[in-house]
Design a protein around this ligand. Sequence first.
Ligand SMILES: *Cc1c(COP(=O)(O)O)cnc(C)c1O
Length: 395
Amino acid sequence: MSVPLLDVNAQNHPLEAELKAAFDSVLRTGRFILGEEVEAFERECAAFIGAKHAISISSGTDALLVAFMALGIGPGDEVICPSFTFFATAGCITRTGATPIFCDVCPVCFNLDIDALRAKITKRTKAIVPVHLFGQSTEMDSIQALAKEHGLIVIEDAAQAIGATYHGRSVGTIGEVGCFSFFPSKNLGGFGDGGLVTTEDDALAEKITRLRNHGMHPRYYHSLIGGNFRMDALQCALLRVKLRHLSTYAAGRDRNANHYLSTLSQVPGIVQATPDDCCCFTRQGEKLAAAGAQIVLPVAYEHNGHVWNQFTLRVTSNRRDALKIHLAGHGVASEIYYPVPLHRQECFADLPVHALDHCPVSDALASEVLSIPVYPELAASQLDEVVSAISSFVA
Ligand SMILES: *Cc1c(COP(=O)(O)O)cnc(C)c1O
């Protein structure tokens, strides 16, 4: 049996008739840039997320970039982000002229470690970019409190977390701005690139909308220097179809993740981390060593609505690559998100020491993590295959 990491066709092909109708409708109107489909998609995204404003953007990366531009982040500013995330988070900080400052993460929830974050704040710090990695919210009350204390802006990188909640609030609506991605592997996976910015702030929404289109308003009058950060009308029309199914997809991911948690936690050698261990590497290490765990399962906190963009195991004792090979032998695909933390990337080697130091958990995770298939269309037999392949590895 073959279990891919993601099967976009299994999700898209059942929608073929609806997608073709959406395509045909745009084809007939001949309106390909901005316009009604784009506005309708933005209205529907705002409603789904529960945000006041939702502005479609050419990609998740551009969503981050345009948010930073709108907030005036630039040369001389330090912006703190996790070291353990996708490159785009920090790439966009650098592209504004600001300096990314890499912060360590929690080995349990994979998100910003609050104590480590506090230690990275300086007089130059302008903003914090919490990343809701793998679909679970960062501890936002702590982030917001620190931001308030030091007068910092919070930009949420919610690229992997559309629909995720923190104490009942949607991610992307807690900080000044939320940034989302519709890259095909994200929970609302598009047919190419796409992204979204959300904000509760009217003036900021207006500025981002203007920056998205060359800072232009009215036509051929440029009050700001923006860019072409528009999302295609065709992409919006197609994603409107999938947005109607997003809650069903989310339920599928949740069902699969809970199946893994309930079955794999019964296997000797596999343990689930507990929230008590959050943001404390040492305590976690001692506990796991005592338990003799070979594999640590991810945890979804009770106050979080986790949307499981990834289901990520930690494999101890340098056996992660062996598990990946073992799974491949059983036809089960897996992936390492992410093998090199950002403070170790060649392109950031010249940053000041303060930007790069004190990220031991990120280093450890890079050699321990392995994400397994959790996409909504997984068949029961495929889930069973994944569970039995992992069980036979620890036996
Ligand atoms: C995917 C992703 C992005 C970038 O989104 P794109 O749409 O691929 O440009 C940014 N941050 C994180 C955490 C991501 O996972």
